[in-house]
Design a protein around this ligand. Structure first.
Ligand code: PYC
Length: 332
């Protein structure tokens, strides 16, 4: 019996929480972050559930663990921990972790202004601007993103038949554009999204397969992106991203924005060099840009970048006490 202590820095990126574990996590086995993620999931998933779920976390909690990089071209590695599992990539989590790790002096980039991050989805480059000790903005150049499938259908209670496109931007997203069953997120309630999304996700996963063409360890549809017209004059679109059991991203969602840009690029609505400003359900914004085209297996995709900001809210030393019947967290 013992008490495990985790030294965390808490913050948020455009409203969505980021709990960065800076100390207390175990060393992981593996030659790369894909293998280390697998080792973590097989032996240490209790750390994720303990830090993300109630009573130490909540339905929307999200975070990262800092590790030494496994590749020579990276400055640091991030393992993403979420209520939904260990995502291959998390955009808001990267922006928040970069901001807090730099502000607390937990990482020294080789080149000032650029941090290269080893993630399970691949190398992600973050360019940041500093204001004294603070980091103002972070633009991440994400992994190659692409439109995986169009016009997939699923039948769900209340809505009937729903048609979606599925795109990959670090996770697989079902994108629900306006249609008979659904018009705009402005017309529905968060509880509708929480009720419909798990059913839609289960129905799509039961009917179709979603496997990354170059990395089969990345598979399964995990996120549902409900679309809407923007309310901010500078935004091009609005979204509500559902993940895990109940979470709706408060930020515009980095991997969701990458997926949406990949969908729009495939539809001819975005070209290389174009900006795409995405608004969240709380009105915060990510500024996306199509940086380049990219081939992902048989798919023509894009390299997206996303700019956002994050703020630290405090230090949090968290205990997971083996005697606690709720040591590993719970879901209601
Ligand atoms: O920003 O990529 C993201 C993200 C994934 C899940 C929640 N946020």
């Amino acid at each position: 019996m013992s008490t495990h202590t985790f030294f965390c820095v808490d913050g948020h990126t455009c409203g969505n929480p980021v709990r960065m574990v800076a100390g207390g996590a175990p060393p992981l086995k593996g030659a790369n972050m894909v293998e280390k993620r697998a080792h973590f999931l097989s032996e240490y998933d209790w750390i994720r559930t303990g830090l993300m779920f109630e009573p130490r976390g909540h339905d929307v909690m999200s975070g990262s663990i800092l590790y030494p990089p496994t590749r020579d071209d990276a400055d640091i590695a991030f393992l993403f921990i979420e209520t939904s599992g260990c995502l291959p990539m998390c955009g808001h989590g990267t922006i928040g972790t970069v901001t807090m790790a730099l502000e607390r002096g937990l990482v020294t980039p080789r080149e000032e202004g650029v941090l290269r991050i080893d993630t399970p989805a691949g190398l992600v480059t973050a360019r940041y601007t500093r204001n004294g000790d603070y980091v103002d903005n972070v633009r991440i150049t994400n992994i190659a993103s692409y439109l995986h499938a169009t016009g997939l259908t699923a039948e769900i209670e209340e809505l009937g038949e729903v048609t979606v496109d599925v795109a990959y931007g670090g996770n697989f997203y079902a994108i629900v554009d306006p249609q008979d069953a659904f018009r705009d997120i402005a017309d529905i309630n968060p509880s509708d999204i929480q009720r419909w999304s798990p059913k839609l996700r289960a129905a799509l996963n039961a009917k179709y397969e979603f496997i990354h063409p170059e990395n089969p360890a990345i598979n399964g549809l995990s996120h549902i992106l409900w679309t809407g017209e923007p309310t901010k004059p500078e935004a091009h679109a609005r979204n509500a991203v559902f993940y895990g059991d109940k979470a709706i991203d408060r930020s515009p969602c980095g991997t969701g924005t990458s997926s949406r840009m990949a969908q729009w690029a495939a539809q001819g609505k975005l070209q290389v060099g174009d900006d795409f400003v995405h608004e969240s359900i709380i009105g915060t914004m990510f500024r996306g840009r199509v940086e380049a085209t990219a081939q992902v297996g048989p798919f023509e995709g894009i390299i997206p970048s996303i700019e956002g900001w994050a703020r630290m809210t405090g230090y949090n030393t968290i205990f997971i006490d083996d005697r606690d019947p709720l040591a590993h967290g719970f879901l209601v």
